[in-house]
Design a binder for this molecule. Structure first.
Ligand SMILES: Cc1cc2nc3c(=O)[nH]c(=O)nc-3n(C[C@H](O)[C@H](O)[C@H](O)COP(=O)(O)OP(=O)(O)OC[C@H]3O[C@@H](n4cnc5c(N)ncnc54)[C@H](O)[C@@H]3O)c2cc1C
Ligand code: SF4
Length: 489
């Protein structure tokens, strides 16, 4: 049987044709020289790779090399590879002459996506998701969606419960680090000290699964204890509870430790067995067979130049305080807390990513490509394929709406409704001009003013534009925001 070359994001059993198939695993140091990744991300990826090598023992050749090419050439054996997750890695596999197999670890196959997408004017996740539900027969009662409705998003946009600092959900069992983690930590310290390799963010205990067993356990715990609370507060933010009822499984899916379909099947079984409500289960299923697969396919479906799209002509550099996660430089409570979350964990949930980090960058006109690179490096679950649609398309609207109907721009009123941040902030979400002016509120109006022409024909922006025209203090506001610029707010 041909030896299977597994990349570090193909670590689960479903990337092998047979449990006894010979394997090649390569740990490349050059990857860490090219970019400054979050320290905890580097730890997680190396820990996962080394744990897999230890599990496979003699079944695997495990090579630590400067580059992949070096390791593959030295081995000198025919290899097969499941389709890698970046264009660069696919090109390398082709150049090295390995057999390229279809992708695994996603639910919809590429030809199915292409058949769905070809000929459509706008590619919308919701349409793709419904098609996937029907095709895969997930959460369906015959030809109808379970419960009679496709999308329970309206029930899933609740603000945090009043007067609480944490959601009342059970924490997953803590991950216990082992000797492999200790060796990874030592190596990373040494690379920083002696090899000129740099990281961003702080080191800390490993919070995310690095083995199949840890990932399976976290999924089991999530479905059994946290899924029922997942839906309603999916979009909420609490300063004292960064995780709420989110699964914290993205890194496990993206390392290939879990197959999304097994998670979807367990979630559906919880609904059918009366152990979790439809709003939560549908919300979770939509994230996986909808959003996750949708952004994966868009990465390949859109032309390679999509990554450089910049339709709003955002040309400002990402400022240093943001790039280097200097949360202490920021007074705006929401942004400071979220940036601290990235610094300390390499993870925050999707609303802080979209509506606090991405929203601020778009308002200030930071370069979308630089933001995609930052998200890729700063998050434990960041990969090239996730960035294009999520960051360039959804969060920065740099594609002028090829995958979303309007920019995800919002002022302090949204953050105030969905979080407990504003009460303790030195700014006031209702104030547009003056010392207390919320940088999100003022930044929102300044953004609309700057892009009025580009957004004028978007019917979903008609009401915000009418609001803009009613502002009597717009001139002062724009002047104030120009002066604030990209400084830490
Ligand atoms: C600007 C921006 C950047 C993002 N960057 C990443 C990233 O680098 N890696 C990443 O995996 N997700 C990314 N996401 C999507 C989402 O924020 C994370 O998947 C989620 O917050 C991870 O936490 P969780 O596992 O608790 O997710 P849950 O809320 O529990 O959701 C369940 C699963 O759905 C999947 N999922 C949900 N939404 C998306 C999505 N839009 N794209 C891909 N998968 C999705 C994830 O695998 C996740 O584990 C990004 C979203 C935005 C708006
Ligand atoms: S007032 Fe503005 S800056 Fe402060 S927490 Fe609220 S939204 Fe954030």
């Amino acid at each position: 049987m041909t030896r299977r070359w597994l990349f570090a994001d193909q670590l689960g059993p479903h990337f092998l044709d047979d449990p006894a198939q010979p394997v090649l695993l390569v740990e490349s140091k050059a990857v860490f020289r090219r970019r400054a990744f979050h320290r905890q991300k580097a730890h997680l990826v190396l820990s996962a790779l080394r744990h897999r090598a230890a599990e496979l023992a003699d079944q695997a050749v495990f090579v630590r090399a400067e580059t992949y090419a070096e390791a593959v050439r030295d081995l000198g054996e025919p290899l097969s590879v499941c389709h890698p997750t970046s264009r660069a890695a696919r090109g390398l596999v082709q150049r090295l002459g390995a057999e390229l197999l279809p992708p695994r670890g996603f639910v919809t196959a590429p030809p199915e996506f292409v058949a769905w997408a070809n000929g459509r004017r706008g590619l919308r996740m919701e349409d793709f998701y419904r098609d996937a539900r029907r095709r895969l027969d997930i959460l369906m009662d015959g030809t109808e969606p379970a419960g009679g409705t496709w999308n329970l998003d309206a029930e899933n946009r609740e603000p945090p419960p009043r007067g609480v600092t944490r959601l009342d959900v059970e924490e997953p069992p803590e991950i216990r680090e082992d000797d492999i983690d200790a060796a990874v930590r030592e190596d990373l310290d040494r690379w920083e000290r002696d090899d000129g390799i740099t990281f961003i963010g702080r080191d800390g205990p490993r919070l995310f699964p690095a083995t199949r067993a840890e990932a399976v356990e976290r999924l089991r715990h999530f479905v059994g204890h946290r899924l029922p609370a997942f839906g309603p507060h999916e979009d909420a933010m609490l300063a004292g509870d960064p995780f709420l009822a989110h699964s914290r499984l993205s890194a496990a899916f993206n390392l290939g430790l879990l197959d999304p379909l097994e998670a979807v099947e367990q979630a559906e079984a919880a609904y059918r067995g009366g152990r979790a409500g439809l709003a939560s289960v549908e919300g979770f299923v939509r994230q996986l067979i909808g959003w996750r697969d949708f952004v994966w396919h868009l990465y390949w479906y859109f032309e390679p130049g999509y990554r450089r799209a910049n339709e709003l002509k955002a040309s400002k550099p990402v400022p240093r305080w943001f790039a280097e996660l200097d949360a202490d430089a920021v007074e705006a409570r929401c942004l400071s807390d979220v940036l601290a979350g990235v610094r300390d964990r390499g993870w925050v949930h999707h609303i802080p990513r979209l509506m606090v980090l991405g929203n601020y960058a778009m308002q200030r006109g930071w370069r979308p490509g630089a933001m995609a690179d930052w998200f890729h490096r700063a998050f434990v679950d960041g990969y090239e394929w996730v960035m294009t649609a999520n960051v360039v398309g959804m969060s920065q609207y740099a594609d002028a709406g090829r995958m979303s109907t309007k920019p995800y721009a919002a002022g302090g009123a949204y953050i105030n409704r969905m979080s407990d941040y504003c009460g303790g902030c030195r700014y006031d979400p209702k104030v547009r001009v003056g010392d207390d002016a919320c940088p999100y509120t003022a930044g929102y109006w300044a953004f609309l003013d700057r892009h009025e022409e580009q957004l004028a024909n978007n019917h979903r922006m008609r009401r915000p534009m009418q609001g803009l025209h009613r502002l009597t203090d717009l001139e002062a506001l724009v002047e104030q925001e120009q002066a604030r610029g990209s400084r830490a707010p």
